[in-house]
Design a protein around this ligand. Structure first.
Ligand code: XMP
Ligand code: MG
Length: 184
């Protein structure tokens, strides 16, 4: 695997496609086991989670539904802090076993603010399945039931994750190169 350039930054290989496939398959197996007979509704948070959500969903071996929502605005390399209202919430969550599907939990702010609005609809349960988690960056209390990989607090792209719109279209995940911080 090679270094890649995205906009003005250099990224180095971090997770291989094989590592990702294997871990997503394990997560799907676990969720299929935990949610048998519960017909869960996966709510995939766009844009970043679309690739993870598709791979996870197609490996579920139980009845399950999926829907796509948009909740947060995020720009550049740091959380904007603005959490906007969910767009695309057309499902009745009452009594449903909801699984929020995220690309990455960073500070945790997005989900911390969003989960209470979901709870107002009285779902039977709410769980979180996130592809990546940066524990060192997480400032808001959250319980994450399914975590693909815990990663260091360093910016990543690939497998749906972007740097200002680019870099989503890799099966691998790349990490900001240590020597890339001062590039312009
Ligand atoms: P919070 O801080 O609310 O942020 O947990 C979650 C959202 O922030 C974005 N994010 C990233 N996007 N590489 C990215 O491409 C990263 O390293 C990164 N860290 C945070 C992402 O949109 C996530 O949903
Ligand atoms: Mg996101």
């Amino acid at each position: 695997m090679q270094r890649i350039r995205v906009h003005d930054k250099t990224f180095v290989p971090f997770l291989t496609a094989d590592q990702i496939k294997e871990r997503v398959a394990e997560m799907a197996m676990q969720i299929s086991h935990d949610y048998r007979d519960k017909k869960p509704l996966l709510l995939a948070v766009l844009n970043g989670s679309f690739m993870f959500a598709a791979d996870l969903f197609r490996l579920l071996t139980i009845d399950a539904e999926i829907s796509f929502i948009k909740i947060a605005s995020y720009q550049g390399m740091r959380s904007s802090g603005k959490v906007v209202t969910a767009i695309g919430m057309e499902h009745d969550l009452n009594g449903r076993a909801v699984i929020l599907v995220e690309d990455i939990v960073d500070t945790g702010k997005t989900l911390h603010h969003f989960i209470p609005t979901l709870q107002q609809q009285h779902p039977a349960s709410i769980a979180v399945a996130t592809f990546l988690h940066k524990p060192e960056a997480t400032l808001y209390p959250l319980s994450l039931q399914y975590v693909g990989f815990q990663i260091p607090n360093r910016f990543v792209v690939g497998y749906g994750l972007d740097y200002d719109g680019l870099g989503r279209n890799y099966y691998q995940v790349y990490q900001l190169a240590p020597d890339s911080l001062n590039e312009s």
